[in-house]
Write a protein that binds this ligand. Structure first.
Ligand code: PMP
Length: 304
């Protein structure tokens, strides 16, 4: 299988996608990125990219907030993403990563030139985790804040914060971390959004709780409404997690991951709950095209 990448509009070998060690991207972490998923559909003999333009929109929002001035546009990113999936002959579920970064040799004020790379590889589902769920730890590391290091910007540098929490959690024997924000309220997990079910309602921290504006979060909220569940976007307190009937994490990479234990407190029955299962099934059906795509979320990759 050919392993190509795109760098600045050109198809190149994976090994040749390079950035200089003296670039601001490398020296200061000046890069933004997106993790996008593509799903194979046997019935249609087709690969679909899930909510591609929404990811590209968020990439451009991240660039705007960091004052990057790209010389490429959204259509170029989308067109080359589809072309790369075809060139790499991805015929199973796949993962796409788009990254835009400050190239050149500049210092902290440098914002040009803006380079970009796109990768596309096959990636399957972590069925054990999706089936059984994970145990999570409320971290002693606090989530970064909008007035210092905005979580809304999907910049690589932000992952120093979540990585501290995640490494601590895995070291302590947990599957992932849950971070509280500066106000002591629940924000999100290390690379995914948190949802809980409380008194039958599907609840998630609001978009001012120091979270990424997650595309999967939005998808789950829409699917929950369609399925007839009541939803709430609001501040969530730590003890509500322990008291919740169900908890799950979601994200493009994480998909829908049940959480069965927080800090050693059993959540619900200690098994993935019925609403988690319901939304998980709806999510898998939506991303793969098994249910009708009436929201225009799917972009077909293969041309006949
Ligand atoms: N929060 C964080 C910190 C993340 O890294 C991710 C993964 N991009 C998410 C939430 C989920 O975002 P999305 O649903 O857009 O993938």
């Amino acid at each position: 299988m050919p392993q190509l990448m795109v760098q600045n509009g050109k198809f190149i070998d994976y090994e040749d996608a390079l950035v200089h060690v003296m670039s601001p991207a490398m020296k200061y972490g000046f890069s933004v990125f997106e993790g996008v998923r593509a799903y194979w559909n046997d019935r249609d003999n087709q690969l679909y990219v899930f909510r591609m333009r929404d990811h590209t929109d968020r990439l451009f929002q991240s660039m705007k907030l960091l004052r990057f001035q790209p010389t490429f546009d959204k259509d170029e990113i989308d067109r080359l993403t589809l072309e790369l999936l075809r060139q790499n002959e991805i015929k199973s579920s796949g993962a796409v990563r788009v990254c835009a970064y400050v190239d050149g040799r500049g210092e902290q004020e440098s914002r040009s030139p803006i380079g970009y790379v796109i990768s596309a590889t096959a990636k399957g589902r972590d069925t054990a985790i999706v089936e059984k769920g994970i145990r999570a730890q409320v971290s002693s590391w606090i989530r970064i804040a909008d007035n210092s290091m905005p979580p809304r910007i999907k910049t690589a540098a932000n992952y120093v914060n979540t990585s501290l929490a995640r490494v601590q959690a895995t070291h302590d024997g947990y599957g992932d971390a849950i971070l509280l924000n500066q106000a002591g309220k629940v924000s999100e997990a290390s690379g995914s959004t948190l949802f809980m079910v409380r008194r039958g309602k599907v609840v998630t921290p609001d978009l001012t709780s120091a979270v990424l504006e997650s595309i999967t979060r939005d998808t789950i909220l829409q699917l929950a409404v369609q399925a007839g569940f009541e939803i709430e976007e609001r501040e969530v307190e730590k003890t509500e997690l322990y008291a919740a009937e169900e908890i799950f994490f979601c994200g493009s990479a994480a998909e829908v991951k049940p959480v069965i234990d927080v800090d050693g407190m059993i959540i619900g029955t200690g098994e993935p709950g019925p609403i988690t299962r319901h939304l998980q099934n709806d999510y898998f059906a939506a991303v793969s095209g098994a249910r009708a795509d009436n929201k225009g979320w799917l972009t077909p990759v293969l041309t006949s």
